[in-house]
Design a protein. Sequence first.
Length: 489
Amino acid sequence: MSVAPIAVLVGVLLLALGQFTRAPTACAFFASLAFGSTAIVTGGINLLLYVPLAGLLMAAAVLRRTFWGDLARVFRLHWTPIVVVTLLVYGVASAFILPRLFAGETTVFVPSRGAIVETALRPVSGNINQSGYFAFGILAFFAVASQLARDGRFEMLRIGFFASAIANASLGMIDFAGKLSGAGDLLAPIRTAGYSMLIEVQVEGFWRIAGGFPEASTFGAATTVGLAFAFSYWRATNWRPALVLSVVLFLQLLLSTSSTGYASLAILGALLSLSYVWRLMLGRLNSRDLATILAGAIALTLVLAVLAFMQGALDPVQRLIEETLINKSTSASADERFYWNAKSWKAFLDTYGLGVGLGSSRASSWVIAVLSQLGAFGTFLIVLLLLEMARPIPRPRLDPEARELAALCSSLRTTALASMIPAAISSSVADPGIVFFIALAGVVVGRERLRQMQASERAALPHPRWERPTRGSAAWTGGTPATGTQSPA
């Protein structure tokens, strides 16, 4: 194993840039998530750049004298931390117990010498690696939640998620510019991870954008998450920089030639359309909603106009869509991945619903991976977290600080749920990821804080003051103030 100097330099630069924000460590950590092909330790294992930076973020919370009191406060807020702890214990235990308990009783797919091979269930190195990353994400949940419960600095998450989206968009533009100019892979010096790098690839004459990741599909998944956060924040706050960032990420997603990105974008578009229909039925469409609908209508009109007056102009785009979506679904690779999912489902049944253990196998969908690795009980725990994430966000109306927090929590909720879409399409592991757990921490603590603000807001509203009626008043006589005559009642 060896340390990559260029990765250390990138980490130092991210920390230096983070000093210009009010959350330097959080900014550096979130920005490092865009460097998915940069490992700070290589050889034998790939320790990605975000791991030590996330360690700094967690250390800053744990080393505070009030940490244990803050952590106790988190457990008093809601039942979600108890579910998260249970998931941590069960997930890590499953990685070491289940592969030995059901050894040889079913078959799984594991990486071996650069390929995915089918073999009998047994303990593998993936049990340790995946358990480590899984536990790391959950520990980040408690570190962030305790810090938010103590000082309520939710701006740390706002700065961090925007830093991640901006870093991802910047690396995407650098990668795309290098390929268009003929300069090749401009980001090659920072690609220190020992992964198979599918970088300089074309599909139907279109360059695949990989950004800071080893391939276009992971870049498409990260871009989907950044787009969900930026667009949701713009819808909630009308902050124009968020709209500009959303447009940039949307265009990059279209140019990425990632089938995972295209499928995720289609699902997000369908969900957004349903939300607009629902808001229309309730009479709650605002100017931003109307602007988005108008932009979509204009784009569709332009496409139809091109098709009508310039026949064949969109043939390259049509071939690209056929190659990345239609043909790929019937390719040998798709058949292979379908076989992975089928065997993973069979492994779930062969282990009587207990699963083969975290990291014991590979699937081609996060949903199947959760079932096959964590079993029915682990799936139940994750479903509880997803349901908690999907619950409505309280929306106080008077306090500007509360409205800002509600907008951020809504964006975090959308981001976490959006991160599950590309994972459900192509992820091979059961771990929801550190981004999901950090967003969950923000939503859980933020929702409880909003409830307190909402209660304070209601208590501050003026109530009619009760006064004892005086002789001759309308309340005393039962008549009108002017005459004092008694009413027929």
